[in-house]
Structure formats: structure tokens, C-alpha cells
Design a protein around this ligand. Structure first.
Ligand code: ZN
Length: 235
């Protein structure tokens, strides 16, 4: 598809949304007044983990022995075929930023209720490679962080952690190879400005944790810094 065609389709979609009603991102039913992106049923069906207040939860365990994380959590469990998978697919591949915004808000409210996350000073979205961000039109982690920022009243620090090289597809690699590969992917700009801060790394999904580990390890080279992790889902 040519770039012009993509832009035209995006414009058309934006235009149509002005006149057509919204449908639930989880099940596709028509939303009623008061519902935002998700219908009440999908919202109450979300498989929340409760990890925000749970010490040594499964997401924290992912990073044990790998990198020193203060706190880590995921909002929901990611099961194959559940509605959340459908929502995250829309966020990542269908240009549906609204789903990212809504889930980001839910994530922020969950963190706000937990004493573990009340001393954060910056939200750092895991960066996407610029080429991929250009084709997708946005970085989904940044969309999530932007939605969280006003609720937590913490700024998004988007220009410190950057991605440098394009990685080949990592699906068929083992954890060590993958770590070696992702470890050269990120770089820090003006790290001295982050000294002494407690930062929250944000991504859509945590699976092996390799990407988040690489980001956290790099950030932890800064003196007197603390890093926590929050994602929408845990697979
Ligand atoms: Zn629904």
C-alpha cells in the first residue's frame, strides 16, 4: 500500500468517526452513553491481576536474578483468545490508539491505589524503532504513558531512552540470544537529568521480559536511580 493511500485511509477513518457511533473495542457492540471505548461487560470481564499491591507477584518474578526492579506489575492476564488479546491487537496493528488510551487510564487508576507506586517521578515508554513507529503512526507504549500521565500527575519522559538499531525478528531465538540482541538496541540521552529519580518503565505486554530488562539495565547505570515496571498485560 502506498503512503498516500495509507494517509487517505486514516483521514477517511477519522472523518467517519465524527459521524458514526463508537463500538466496544472488546466485543464490537454499540457503546451507550457513559461507556468509553469498552462496554460495561467487557470492562468487568477484564482479567485483572491485582499485582499492583502484591509483593513478589509473577511479573516481579520474571526479573528476579536479572535486573534490580523496585516494583513490577501488569494490569491484566493475557490469555490466548481473550478479549484483551483482541484489544491489544487493535492497539498494535489496527491503529486503535483509543484502546491504548482507555487501558492506560485503567492502569493508572490501579497504580494510584497502590502505595508501591506513589513516589514515581517519570513515566518512560519503551521506545519503538523509529521506522516501525513511522509505519504504525505511533508508539503504543507512548500512547499508554500519555493516558496515564494526567491521572498520576507524573510527566512522560519520552526523549531520554531511545532505540538505535533495527532488530531482526526475534521469535525464533532463545532468551540469551535475545538478550544479547536487545541489549544493543537502546541508548540514553542526557542521563544526568534522570539522576536520583524513581522511574516507571511502560510497555504494552510483558512476556520474556527481555526488552524491559534491557531498558531497565541501561537506566540503572545512572547513579541513584530506581526503576519500576508497569504493563497492560502479562503473558
Ligand atoms: Zn464489549
Amino acid at each position: 500500500m502506498t503512503m498516500q493511500r495509507k494517509i487517505l485511509i486514516r483521514w477517511t477513518n477519522d472523518f467517519l468517526q465524527l459521524f458514526y457511533p463508537d463500538y466496544c473495542s472488546g466485543c464490537g457492540t454499540l457503546l451507550v452513553r457513559g461507556e468509553d471505548v469498552l462496554c460495561l461487560e467487557c470492562l468487568s470481564d477484564l482479567p485483572f491481576t491485582g499485582f499492583a499491591t502484591e509483593r513478589d507477584n509473577l511479573v516481579e518474578q520474571v526479573f528476579w536474578g536479572r535486573v534490580r526492579i523496585e516494583h513490577a506489575m501488569a494490569l491484566c492476564r493475557f490469555d490466548k483468545g481473550n478479549k484483551l488479546q483482541h484489544m491489544l491487537h487493535r492497539l498494535k496493528y489496527k491503529g486503535d490508539r483509543e484502546t491504548g488510551r482507555r487501558l492506560g487510564q485503567l492502569l493508572a487508576h490501579e497504580l494510584k491505589r497502590s502505595p508501591n507506586y506513589n513516589q514515581l517521578e517519570g513515566l518512560i515508554p519503551v521506545p519503538l524503532h523509529p521506522r516501525r513507529e513511522k509505519t504504525r503512526g505511533y508508539n503504543q507504549s507512548h500512547v499508554i504513558a500519555e493516558a496515564m500521565s494526567p491521572i498520576l500527575q507524573i510527566p512522560v519522559l519520552n526523549h531520554y531512552l531511545i532505540r538505535q538499531h533495527h532488530s531482526e525478528t526475534q521469535t525464533h531465538k532463545g532468551r540469551y540470544e535475545r538478550w544479547e540482541n536487545v541489549n544493543t538496541l537502546f541508548d540514553l540521552l542526557k542521563p544526568e537529568e534522570l539522576c536520583g529519580k524513581h522511574l516507571l518503565l511502560i510497555d504494552d505486554v510483558v512476556t520474556t521480559g527481555a526488552t524491559l530488562e534491557a531498558c531497565a539495565s541501561l537506566l540503572l547505570e545512572i547513579p541513584d536511580i530506581r526503576v519500576s515496571i508497569a504493563t497492560l498485560a502479562f503473558a
